[in-house]
Design a protein around this ligand. Structure first.
Ligand code: SF4
Length: 326
């Protein structure tokens, strides 16, 4: 979305969301084709650089120290290990390397290491992305100056439903970090998790909040909850797959230039369901057999699916086509 594009209202978004399914898919695919090659999918690789022991209480997360999971807390891993994983990711076709730490926010003592990680990944010719929790102004500037391309900071759900999922920070805290990151010129990756017991209106409101940021996020990860043992959402009712595809299609229409990432939950999805998500406008995935802690389909299953569907990995420089992007 350009700065001049009109803001979205809940009413306009709901009218799209509630269209007959085939009409919604047709519109989403039409928007998708106006901005992207519909047969190309951007591939990111995710590495946990610091696992477990997180001070936040996100109800879906096995890394929270408050959720009683068995996951033990690790220290921030060494730069060399990160770069060796990034090298492997590049050889496997990933164009973006995402590094995630289970923190409420980074500590000052970790900043030099984080900067070295970003610089090392950039030196390999890959795009870099980090997710480290909340950032202050100084941290944002240090990461930007190191060459950080993307910062992931999900808003997870609607402002209304947020306190049902997380109590240790607010929706407004989340938006404040996103604004800080965007103002510094780092691209934003922000999305949410479906199937946490929220209503359809919460899913719509979440997309309205994202689309109405000063600039829509460059990447919008849409996750299907993968219930983790020992978390408050361990027994959450699964979301109807068609309701999930509606969210992908709506994200595509509301944020036509963004990469919509079919993110966590793919390992539980059939090939047909993933194909429907790609048709609805998803054009980015995490490759590899694990996410931060959850399962992912793995390269061989993904490559088999890509071959069946005639999909190809997108090169790093292929972004929304500029002719159709004003
Ligand atoms: S989702 Fe992130 S912030 Fe929340 S508990 Fe897990 S690691 Fe911490």
């Amino acid at each position: 979305m350009s700065d001049t594009q009109p803001k979205w209202t809940r009413e306009a978004a709901t009218a799209l969301h509630d269209l007959p399914f085939m009409e919604l898919l047709f519109r989403a695919q039409t928007v998708h084709r106006a901005h992207f090659d519909p047969n190309k999918v951007q591939m990111s690789r995710l590495l946990s650089i610091k696992t477990g022991g997180c001070a936040e209480d996100c109800s879906y997360c096995s890394q929270s120290a408050r959720n009683g999971s068995n996951l033990s807390a690790s220290k921030l891993i060494e730069v060399e290990r990160v770069l060796s994983e990034a090298r492997k990711a590049r050889e496997a076709g990933a164009t973006r390397f995402c590094m995630g730490a289970a923190w409420r926010e980074p500590k000052e003592r970790d900043m030099d290491t984080l900067v070295a990680m970003v610089e090392g990944v950039k030196a390999m010719g890959m795009e870099s992305c980090m997710t480290l929790g909340m950032l202050d102004d100084t941290q944002v500037v240090r990461l930007r100056d190191a060459g950080l391309d993307y910062y992931n900071h999900n808003i997870d759900t609607s402002e209304r439903y947020y306190p049902e999922v997380i109590t240790t920070r607010t929706f407004a805290d989340r938006i404040a970090t996103l604004n800080r990151v965007q103002e510094a010129g780092i691209k934003v990756c922000s999305g949410g998790i479906m199937g946490m017991g929220e209503e359809a209106t919460d899913r719509i409101d979440m997309l309205v909040s994202l689309a109405n940021l000063p600039k829509a996020p460059d990447s919008v990860p849409i996750n299907m909850l993968m219930p983790q043992a020992d978390t408050p959402l361990a027994k959450a009712e699964p979301l109807d797959p068609i309701a999930f595809v509606r969210v992908i299609a709506l994200a595509r229409i509301m944020m036509p230039q963004s990469h919509v990432r079919l993110s966590a939950g793919r390992s539980e999805m059939s090939d047909e369901m993933q194909a429907l998500c790609f048709f609805a406008g998803a054009n980015s995935i995490f490759a590899g057999d694990t996410l931060l802690t959850a399962e992912n389909p793995g390269d061989s299953r993904d490559m088999a699916l890509f071959a069946k569907l005639g999909l190809q990995p997108m090169a790093a420089e292929e972004h929304a086509c500029t002719e159709a992007a004003e």
